[in-house]
Design a protein around this ligand. Sequence first.
Ligand code: ATP
Length: 301
Amino acid sequence: MTDDTRALAVSALTKTYGQAEVLCGIDLNVAAGERVALLGHNGAGKSTLIKLVLGLIRATGGTITVAGHAPGSMAARRATAYLPEQVAFHKSLTGREQLTTFARLAGEHPKTVSPLLERVGLAEAADRRIGTWSKGMRQRLGLAQALLGRRRVALLDEPTSGLDPISRHDLYAVIAEMAAGGTAVLIASHALTELEARTDRIAIMRKGRLVADDTLPGLSQQAGLPTRIRLTARDGAADRVHAQLGGARVNGCAVELCCTADQKMAQLARISGLGDAVRDIEMAPPSLEDIYRHYCGEARQ
Ligand SMILES: Nc1ncnc2c1ncn2[C@@H]1O[C@H](COP(=O)(O)OP(=O)(O)OP(=O)(O)O)[C@@H](O)[C@H]1O
């Protein structure tokens, strides 16, 4: 990643409170158009990192630049969208009034508001007071606010907490559009399953340190985690399949094998050599949850 493409650059970042070292030597870059998941156990330091990027607190050491600017500077704030976990709006305003206010503050024309409300699925509710809205609707309004002004960097803290599955899906679609428009998106979350297919890179924090930062396949490979292959044998063929391939017998007619990513093709060739003795095959590469457990499962106390 070159200096030009890094919308968010964090280098050797440390933060201490008294004797407690909350962040220790964090290096993290997010490029324009990239979606990075920021994972870690409770207290790992994710919110502290976000607060430092927003310029709400000062670092003890290291550097951060947001679109080339110092955190908290006017230029950095103009370049940043932030969606907190608990979005708070004026309850007596309607959604349209609230978003129009934000649009003005972001230097956007008020005519951008209606399409934006439509985009996040709030067109029908737009003229009702926010006080009557559900949590999911408020979260969508938060996302609409984050979409204003085409920011260079978006920091989303648990953006899907409290949302139903359809709303989660819609929200990730909007995040993907945001990234396609060139925004660098950092998503702090515990929702591993939903992040798996919806982010480009995974960064994992453990006790104030960044212990992993790569794509999902890259992390699987580094961690050496196995892909599980489950074969369902034809009637009466399970013993033969097991004898030829090894692994473990499961449920009478199935055999389960494990292999690393680089053994996968060779293993498939051996399986196809068994011809019609194998009726079905399922492959399960390491999930984000497996990877997360590998990097920080034992960090929980
Ligand atoms: N103002 C503060 N003074 C002292 N310690 C603090 C302060 N703010 C945060 N911490 C400590 O810093 C550590 C990291 O907290 P942080 O809120 O960044 O974690 P997190 O990864 O966001 O956790 P969660 O997933 O629970 O939101 C914790 O041990 C927390 O107690």
